[in-house]
Ligand binder design. Structure first.
Ligand SMILES: [Zn+2]
Length: 382
């Protein structure tokens, strides 16, 4: 009994739902899977709500039988909700699968799952979100589109915004772009529109209106000037900050430039063994030191011994990561030292990176002081 109420709480399925049982198993890729069997509390008649419009309608039939919805993982265990999916006969939509409280109509994920994906889409890298949520990138695009439609349909999601994040996400192989706005205080996606330019951001502030815009205290965004410029001219009381993962992402890119250069040099000089070593070192250089496997750690030690510039570039990336882990005044001071070091390094990619960081210094310092963000996500990415 206690276990059933615990599941009900974890899955946030609502009071109309009865937990019938829990089944555990192993998935196709050897992962732990748990399926929670639920049913909706019986109504006196076979009536139910239309999945499309929510109208109370007479029952039709059992539909296609039982269905599964992917829910948020419990720790690392894949979690599904399983239930009957009967149809009702809506007077507008005809025979339609009845509404379930935990998911949007005709979707194989729960609302909580989709909301988390949408939040991650603006707070983390593509790689982090697909690996963490174990879904394909095209699924992320579909979810974000659906949620933004849903957010528009709800009554004013823009009310009471204080701290927001604005970002772009690309999907369908970079052919489509959305500008999205999340509420840092609730973690919800509150606005999204196609496009990535000043006009799109202005559209958001127009919809928000002047008096609500002036109540915004903080806006986090990446370095894109098309976001920053509009924010600075409209949200006059807001501090502009930059999400740490963007900055750390730049450092990872710079490191990759150095690795490719060193690799090309080695190849041209006919040092094929060295070139091969370096090619395989990519993941060791990318990963956070605490996540390295023994083999990757050994590879890194090799690089430290044999390739000074590449190892220095690696250390530069790592120290920048530490700036954001430290935060506050200590983070700001470490960033000062980092900038001096990058400039002296004579590694072109990092000298350049130092310049971009200087250009965005105010927003980055703001981030180090205010420290908005989600600890889980940031520990995954930084
Ligand atoms: Zn209907």
């Amino acid at each position: 009994m206690l276990l059933k109420s615990l599941w009900k709480m974890l899955l946030r399925v609502g009071s109309r739902v009865v937990i019938e049982g829990v089944r555990e198993g192993i998935g196709d890729h050897g992962e732990m899977v748990v399926v929670v069997l639920v049913r909706l509390r019986k109504r006196r008649s076979r009536r139910g709500f239309c999945g499309r419009c929510g109208r109370l309608s007479p029952g039709q039939d059992a539909g296609a039988g039982r269905r599964r919805w992917r829910s948020l993982d419990q720790a690392t265990t894949l979690t599904y909700i399983e239930a009957d999916a009967p149809r009702v006969n809506c007077k507008v939509h005809g025979p339609t699968v009845a509404e379930v409280p935990w998911a949007r109509h005709d979707v194989g994920f729960t609302r909580d799952f989709e909301d988390q994906v949408a939040w991650l889409a603006v707070h983390s890298s593509k790689k982090a979100i697909t690996e963490l949520m174990r879904i394909a990138w095209r699924t992320v695009g579909a979810i974000v589109e659906r949620i933004s439609d849903d957010a528009r349909a709800r009554r004013d999601p823009l009310e009471g915004l204080r701290r927001i994040g604005i970002d772009e996400i690309s999907y369908r192989k970079g052919h489509r772009y959305l500008t999205v706005v999340v509420d840092h205080d609730t973690g919800r996606l509150v606005w999204a529109a196609p496009g990535r330019n000043k006009a799109t951001v202005k559209k958001f502030f127009n919809q928000l209106g002047r008096s609500r815009t002036l109540k915004i205290r903080l806006v986090s965004a990446d370095a894109a000037s098309w976001i920053g410029d509009v924010v600075r001219s409209r949200a006059l009381n807001a501090k502009l900050t930059m999400d740490a993962f963007h900055v750390v992402g730049w450092a990872t890119d710079a490191l990759d430039v150095v690795r490719r250069q060193v690799w090309n040099d080695a190849r041209r000089a006919g040092q094929t063994a060295v070139a091969r070593e370096l090619k395989g070192a990519r993941y060791a250089l990318w990963r956070n030191p605490e996540d390295l496997t023994a083999r990757q750690a050994a590879k890194l030690a090799d690089i430290a011994r044999t390739n000074g510039p590449l190892y220095r570039a690696y250390l530069l990336k790592e120290q920048l990561r530490r700036v954001f882990a430290l935060r506050g005044q200590a983070g700001i001071e470490l960033l000062d030292r980092w900038l001096a070091w990058a400039q002296r390094s004579r590694i072109e990619a990092f000298v350049k990176l130092g310049r971009s960081i200087r250009r965005h210094r105010t927003a980055i310092d703001q981030k180090l002081i205010t420290g908005t963000g989600n600890a889980l996500v940031e520990s995954t990415i930084i």
